[in-house]
Design a protein around this ligand. Sequence first.
Ligand code: UD1
Length: 419
Amino acid sequence: MDKLKIVGGHQLDGKLTVSGAKNAALPILAGSLLSSESVNLQNIPQLNDVATMLTLLQSMGVKVLFDEKMNLQLDSSDIDSYCAPYDLVKTMRASILVLGPLLTRFGQAKVSLPGGCAIGARPVNFHVQGLEAMGAKISVENGYINARADKLCGANIDFSRVSVTGTQNIMMAAVLARGKTVIKNAAREPEVIDLANFLNSMGAKITDAGSDQIIIKGVDKLNHSKYKILPDRIEAGTYLVATAITGGKIRLKEVVPEHLTAVILKLEEAGAIVDVGDDWINLDMKAKRPVSVNIETFPYPGFPTDMQAQFCALNTVASGFSSVKETIFENRFQHVNELQRMGADIEIQGNNAMIKGVETITAAPVMATDLRASAGLIIAALVAQGETVIDRIYHIDRGYERIEEKLHQLGAHISRESG
Ligand code: UD1
């Protein structure tokens, strides 16, 4: 298993181009199943989760081609399987995103239940109930969701809490359904808007994506599309925090600053000087120690749960006390145990991490447990005294493109040990 080795204490300084967003790329790849015509996608990040989604699509008969610029062409004209098997779904929960597209285009789908995962229960009941409201007959047998429908019908779907992939799955099912679907309490994340823009580029009729009520008028078929994936706001935020913790300076390019408003406000509160333009962000920490900031996670436009671990790491060495409250997932503090092993002073009280900033933390062998927890550990290692070895970094390869190369480019002392 690969490991990352990081020698802490080196200020980050430099420029970085942000990659395409994982959480937009995955639903858009699943959404390509909706059309029998070819789909061209640009700015697809090279990540293990993307590779898993492509393997899943290929197992159904989708033809996948890359051109010399790594643009992707997908052809779903000849699908011969409607199944997402356990072996793939267990490695990537986002596989559930093929359920809506398969069911609405082919009238059938069989998708393994994702089951538990490292950050909590993460059920898929909203996806199932939403499709049932549209007329699908769904049974769960032997760990699989079996769904059938002659033709889905538009419906009013009111989520009891905001769900990103739930909104995306129902939106994709609704584009080929008969009549109008209204999704209430819809997720407003930029990745939901990106999926809606992609589907509209193929001829779907979706309005108000980005608000909490999305309206979809069903159409008979979707056509060819060429689409560019939006930049990854979580990758961008991760590098901003990584730079801030080292007291360094960074310019991020090809980013949408407005998607990071909640994150930037917290970085400014922590003492960073941040400037933004149309598609760039400059952050300068002027070699200062960060000031502790309180965090509470919320659905977008609130503070993202996917940035919580990174801010825990920042608060670990900041001056003062902070509380980091997780309201989206019940078990998303595994990074805390590992940070404690590096000398952090953190106490968990329910869904709250109470952090007393310490002047220095020290290197230790640590274990990555999920994608964003791993990012938090890397950030801590950048300032820890000595060499931190992070094990099980396949988690990080799921969601960060060439992370050691990008951090190295900024001046971090980081290397990968293959094993
Ligand atoms: C997506 C993101 C993930 C991010 C999360 C933030 C992708 C691939 N993943 O995950 O990176 O951390 O949004 O919200 O885009 N819930 C239910 N029943 C359901 C679905 C969700 O109870 O059927 C609950 C979940 O347990 C959780 C909350 O709703 O407490 C939000 O989950 P959801 O937004 O669905 O997360 P994901 O879409 O899985």
